[in-house]
Design a protein around this ligand. Structure first.
Ligand code: 3EB
Length: 332
């Protein structure tokens, strides 16, 4: 068994029996018609003439089983499980009070952990968090910080460490849609990788919120004879501080310096060592569409011909204009 990841401009026509699940990314998404779990990401795709919607899927080389549990739609093979949930921010009764993101995040992650324990794929590898109105205030606290509190609460409630073996992740602000969380989990543990240039996010000081985000900078996972590297959302942060305020070109370079540092660590731990910048596939999130050409020029100079997608979304700190995530798959 190994995994494939496909990403294309047109709707996927795949043997549905082997699809674990996937993503649809775009500013205007009609309701999805695919039969597998799909995360709809309401983020405009930038700078492409061939599409305004990206269609992506994880493919298994083995038949998949499907299920639904506590609102999580999932598919799995023997060794990996992909799931999606979109916990609704309903109003609570007549009080017309919406659930706080702390509550929703806690609920969502608790459900994920219950599912993974029940399905015996306990190791969370990668989580994609998309958060509407990420900078909005709720109960006197920014919604991203509320989310971090709920997420950390769930890790603890489910007896999971908030500093060890944390999944890779992104947490981006979207302008439409519900809170949406997708994840990939496995029967085997991941090998977490931190960035020596950055304080681990789970050790961020309290100025960034009452509870730190629970993610690893990067991780290696093995699926039989395959090695997959996930690089979490990576921004212009050194130590714990945001650098190059207002300078999107410098922020992009700094983000890529961080990716380079993480890749150097990954190569030390990899069986194959092939994770060089030009061998990965990238997604770059831009706060402002107007920065596209400046950021693209930096990416071309730094990663060459590697595939890069550009989408518009909000990075979780207001001052950050750009964030880069990446993924690499190789056979051992
Ligand atoms: C950072 O380095 C940028 O809250 O899950 C990147 C990746 C970021 C994941 C998360 C946040 C998250 O702190 C923000």
């Amino acid at each position: 068994m190994s995994l494939d990841f496909v990403s294309q401009a047109t709707a996927l026509t795949l043997d549905g029996a082997r699809v674990l699940g996937g993503f649809e990314v775009g500013g205007r998404l009609p309701s999805s018609t695919v039969p597998w779990p799909v995360q709809q990401v309401y983020a405009p795709v930038l700078g492409r003439r061939d599409t305004d919607t990206i269609h992506e899927a994880w493919l298994a080389q083995a038949p998949v089983a499907a299920g639904e549990s506590e609102g999580i739609v999932w598919r799995r093979t023997h060794k990996v499980l992909f799931g999606v949930l979109t916990p609704a921010e309903q109003r609570v009764g007549a009080a017309a009070e919406s659930f706080s993101l702390r509550h929703l995040g806690e609920q969502a992650y608790s459900r994920i952990f219950r599912l993974l324990d029940a399905q015996r794929v306990p190791h969370l590898w990668r989580v994609w968090n998309y958060i509407p109105d990420i900078h909005g205030e709720q109960d006197g606290l920014e919604r991203y910080r509320q989310f971090n509190m709920g997420r950390a609460d769930a890790f603890e409630r489910c007896a999971r460490s908030v500093t060890e073996h944390l999944p890779t992740a992104c947490a981006m602000g979207v302008t439409r849609g519900p809170l949406s969380i997708a994840f990939l989990a496995g029967a085997a543990p991941l090998l977490p990788i931190e960035n020596p240039r950055q304080i681990s996010a789970y050790h961020y000081p309290r100025v960034y919120g009452p509870r730190s985000p629970t993610f690893s900078r990067a991780a290696l996972v093995c699926v039989d004879d395959q090695e997959i590297l996930f690089v979490s959302g990576t921004a212009s942060i050194v130590g714990h501080q945001s650098l190059h305020l207002g300078d999107v070109v410098a922020q992009t370079h700094e983000s890529l310096n961080n990716v380079d540092a993480v890749l150097a660590e990954a190569r030390r731990h990899s069986q194959r060592g092939g994770f060089v910048p030009s061998a990965l596939a990238y997604r770059v999130y831009l706060r402002h569409q107007r920065d596209l050409e400046a950021v693209r020029a930096v990416l071309v100079s730094r990663v060459g011909a590697a595939p890069v997608q550009y989408v518009q979304a909000a990075v979780c700190r207001r001052e950050l204009l750009v964030e880069v995530e990446a993924m690499g798959l190789q056979s051992r």
